[in-house]
Structures are given as structure tokens and as C-alpha cells.
Write a protein that binds this ligand. Structure first.
Ligand code: MN3
Length: 202
């Protein structure tokens, strides 16, 4: 089975916080590129093609060495973007169990945003900033390149793509402006769903 680029929301629906042109290129070129490279890497690998991408990325050591790096990069790139789009939405209020858990863990919503933003700003090179559930605890982590928290047995709840391609068209080198805007497009309803789900599974 081939992996496919998921259909997502209208490219202009996160304006003015994330612009239409960035969304178009990010989804239809960058994300599509990862999907294509993943399918190319899995060519002829019947058994691996049957597995879900989550399964592959959670167990990279079970992927044959010759294609492990390709699966890690292109598979991670595919999965990370699949996830990223689902936690983006305008006008979503900080809500639910996740809001209580964040307030408890970080002291306040403002403090959480401050720590997450600082983590994203400090990431050197290309990568992602995440809010994850790690052994039942909320944690902010960075991953390099297209590495996924799943590989480290952590469950992603929020993702922020801090590759330059995610903000350069609108903000040029100003990653801080992109990070500030991000807080206007977090889909808290979805994040809460992922949190409740992960908690239930333990
Ligand atoms: Mn990206």
C-alpha cells in the first residue's frame, strides 16, 4: 500500500497567522516530497508496506539498515506533517483536560507558552518542538530534522515545525514572529482529544 498525502483544510484558513502561500508550498511540495521519498524507499518491501507509518517510526530498529535512514527522514517527515496539520486551527480556545494538566504542570498557560516558545527559538538548525506525554507526564521536547517523538516512545500532543520552510516566505529570518503567531492557530480541541486518548491508553 502506498502512503498518500492527506487532504487538509483550505490553504488560506490560517491567515493572517500562517499565510496561504506558505501553506500551499509546505503541504503540496514539502510534505508531498516526503511522501514520495517514503514510497520510493519502501519500493519492493512488501512487509513494510503493510505496516502503518506509526508502527514503522515507533520501531525504526526493525527497518532494514539499508533503508532505515530514508524511512527515518522521509517517514518521519510524512508522519510529522500529517500530525502537524491536525493540530492547527484558528479560534480554538484553550480548553478541556489538557488545559488543567498544562496549568498544573507549568504553573500557568502563560508560563507554558513561554517555555515552549523558548524551546522552539533555541532549536539549532532544522527540527520540531513538541508537547508530548512521556510516561504519563507532560514534557516539552525538541527533535532534530524529521525525528518523531514516537521513536522515543513519547506521544505527541502539540507539534511546531521550525524548519525555515515553515516561516521564511512570510517572516524571513524572524522565527520568533512565527512562534508568536503559532499560538493563534493551536487546535486545542484536537490537542485535548490526543491528551485524553493518550492518558486512557496509559
Ligand atoms: Mn515542514
Amino acid at each position: 500500500m502506498k502512503h498518500e498525502l492527506p487532504k487538509i483544510f483550505e490553504y488560506n484558513s490560517l491567515e493572517p497567522f500562517i499565510d496561504e502561500e506558505t501553506m500551499r508550498i509546505h503541504h503540496s511540495k514539502h510534505h508531498q516530497g516526503y511522501v514520495n521519498k517514503l514510497n520510493a524507499a519502501l519500493e519492493g518491501q512488501k512487509e513494510l508496506q503493510e505496516k502503518s507509518l506509526e508502527e514503522l517510526i515507533s520501531n525504526l530498529s526493525s527497518v532494514p539498515k539499508e533503508i532505515r535512514t530514508a524511512v527515518r527522514n522521509a517517514g518521519g517527515g510524512t508522519l510529522n506533517h500529517n500530525f502537524f496539520w491536525t493540530v492547527l486551527k484558528k479560534d480554538s480556545d484553550f480548553q478541556g483536560e489538557i488545559s488543567k494538566a498544562i496549568n498544573k504542570k507549568f504553573g500557568s498557560f502563560e508560563q507554558f507558552k513561554k517555555e515552549f516558545s523558548a524551546s522552539a527559538a533555541s532549536l539549532f538548525g532544522s527540527g520540531w518542538t513538541w508537547l508530548v506525554l512521556n510516561n504519563g507526564e507532560l514534557e516539552i521536547i525538541n527533535t532534530q530534522n524529521q525525528d518523531s517523538p514516537l521513536t522515543q516512545k513519547m506521544t505527541p500532543l502539540i507539534a511546531l515545525d521550525v524548519w525555515e520552510h515553515a516561516y521564511y516566505l512570510l517572516h524571513k529570518n524572524r522565527r520568533d514572529k512565527y512562534i508568536n503567531n503559532f499560538w493563534n492557530v493551536v487546535n486545542w480541541k484536537k490537542v485535548n482529544m490526543f491528551y485524553v486518548d493518550a492518558k486512557r491508553k496509559g
